[in-house]
Write a protein that binds this ligand. Sequence first.
Ligand code: IP8
Length: 256
Amino acid sequence: MILIKLGGSVITDKTQYKTFARERTERLCGEIAESGVKTIIVHGAGSYGHVLAKEYSIQDGYERPEQIEAASRVHHDAMELGMLMSQTLLDIGIPAASVAPGSCFVMDDGRIAPDNTEPIRAMYEMGIMPVTFGDVVMDRKKGFGICSGDQMMEVMADLFNPERIVFVSDIDGLYTANPKTDPDAELIEEVTEETLRKVSSTSNVDDVTGGVRGKMEAMLRMCNDDRDCVLVNGTVPGRLLALLKGEEVTCTVARK
Ligand code: IP8
């Protein structure tokens, strides 16, 4: 089984509140179906989550009463995107069910506590693809918080032990800097602990670098001796399909 994260930047327009990138999502789900590979999908929230969550600092936990309505609204919007995703998969013949992380799990100071995995496991064993996503989740210490799709990827990787892990994003892979703003940014084809050390010592601690390093760290955490973790560009038609078919494509591979 291959565990795939469809990033929020690929399945939505991240700059416009609640804008589903329907055509691209349909194409990507089609590529997954065409590959014939057994998969589990996790997706990001994109503009169904980040816009409001940021405005009301939902990720910091409960601080003020106005956040209550905002937290419930963000959850509602994230579920709406979940429904659009499962509808897209059902329409192409993949029996999928959207599972909100907060319906099975709570967080403890920002860390997901996966102590009730039976619903997700049972679905998978019956041949239903559990599709989970980044969402608002109740937190034992902070009241509530944001559980990202990447956190759910780690939970699903522990639960289902996939052969390979694929992150589908809107860039060709990890870069030494932000490729959209820095012409000197170079694609990192292979990420190891060594690469991580280099990036941390040669880059400023700005948002982009933090983002790149954070992603690298998460990717490396999910690798083991038998599986690698790949970041691939989902905006290029056919690239995900080629990767799933085992062909060589432009991407970043993290290895233990
Ligand atoms: O899009 C964030 O998940 P991500 C979830 O995977 C929300 O970072 C609701 C902002």
